[in-house]
Ligand binder design. Structure first.
Ligand code: UDP
Length: 363
């Protein structure tokens, strides 16, 4: 197939691009940045276009018309940005993505749209007046694609603008499907983790996702900060599992994914953010330190101090993956500890390479 992949050099996009090339597809990859796919640029089946899709002159229609399948991964998908630039988060995640979807509608192309598990918001068990027998029962934190209700905070908690933008986009795709027979598949990723997930923060302005903050703390001996005590829970999903599931959606055997929404995640990998910090410290000491050394302290900070005004959080989100199991025969393989260790290994190795090259530069 000829596959147009938008956002191909992000974390998920770079791993997916690699897989698509391995499978023999011709990939036209579009992204603002190039670093994460730099190692594939010489591949004969890859055409890379460095492009800001917000600029009017790019040839969206021509590229969509020319493709057999369009995969849209373009997003600001980082809570630090929802707080700092909410309008731009809305524009990119809704307005610009809608243009891509509408180009696919115009040219009758199938679209795989990456959305988010943030659409589910908070759990009912977390509400102040919740009346549930056992709030710890995982059933309260488990979300299904076609039946779960969504619970978001008030407008003053502008973290939720991302969730709303993605939700609205999903609803528009659904409506195009209903009214015009548009063929799409929506993917809701549940906290994918793996090499190239993010950048390590270089200054106070940088707010990557939690893994990168903790990794940076381990590498530099600074405190690991738990936002609001680190009680929120996530299900971390290794990128190889995520790409395997996504690839089955690309194949779409017998049209089984047409107009479907899929959760992709590892329900068995649930941890609190505090557990994540503690596990990373353990792994770092056991696997990456040549001799015993002091490990960073773990401290708690208020959410609004860490992120700024308007912060709120998903308390818990466990994917129900019955649909992916049933329709795609997919099962996640990576447990949390192995996924974390493989991701940490990548960043430890990168940081060693950087130290060697800056030492050589200084010498
Ligand atoms: N978090 C934290 N310390 C940090 C960064 C984030 O405790 O240094 C928390 C954050 O408040 C949230 C969780 O970690 O509860 C996951 O945040 P992340 O930014 O990775 O993305 P999310 O899963 O919320 O999309």
């Amino acid at each position: 197939m000829k596959i147009l992949t938008l956002g191909a050099a992000g974390f998920i996009g770079s791993h997916l691009t690699h897989r698509l090339l391995q499978e023999g597809h011709a990939v036209v990859a579009v992204d603002l940045t190039i670093e994460k796919v730099a190692e594939y640029l010489d591949h004969p089946n890859l055409t890379f276009l460095q492009q800001d899709i917000r600029r009017p002159e790019w040839d969206l229609d021509g590229l969509a018309q020319d493709a057999d399948l369009v995969i849209d991964l373009i997003a600001y998908a980082n809570p630090g940005l929802y707080l700092r630039i909410p309008l731009e988060v809305f524009r990119l995640n809704f307005t610009e993505n809608l243009k891509i979807a509408e180009a696919c509608v115009r040219h009758g192309k199938r679209l795989i749209q990456f959305s988010t598990c943030e659409v589910y918001g908070r759990t009912a068990a977390s509400l102040p007046n919740a009346r549930v027998a056992d709030p710890e029962d995982p059933i309260h934190g488990t979300f299904s694609e076609d039946t779960s209700e969504y619970i978001l905070g008030p407008v003053s908690k502008h973290r939720w603008i991302y969730s709303c933008a993605k939700q609205l986009l999903e609803r528009v795709l659904h409506a195009y499907g209903l009214e015009q027979g548009f063929n799409y598949t929506i993917i809701r990723p549940f906290n994918f983790i793996g090499p190239k997930i993010d950048f390590l923060p270089q200054s106070k302005q940088d707010i990557p996702r939690v893994f990168s903050f903790f990794m940076d703390a381990l590498l530099n001996g600074t405190p690991m900060k738990l936002v609001n005590g680190g009680v929120s829970r996530r299900c971390y999903t290794y990128i190889d599992d995520a790409v395997e599931c996504t690839y089955r959606i690309v194949q779409n055997s017998g049209g089984i994914c047409d107009r479907q929404i899929f959760n992709i995640g590892s329900p068995d990998n649930e941890v609190s953010i505090r557990q994540m910090a503690e596990t990373m410290r353990e792994i770092y000491a056991a696997q990456f330190l040549d001799e015993p050394a002091p490990l960073p302290e773990i401290v708690s900070v208020p959410g609004e101090e860490f992120y700024g005004e308007g912060y709120d959080d998903s308390d818990r989100r466990i994917p129900n993956i019955a649909k992916a199991r049933r329709l795609l025969g997919w099962e996640p393989r990576w447990n949390f500890r192995d996924a974390l260790e493989a991701t940490m290994r990548y960043y430890v190795t990168e940081s060693q390479k950087n130290r060697v090259s800056s030492a050589a530069g200084n010498g």
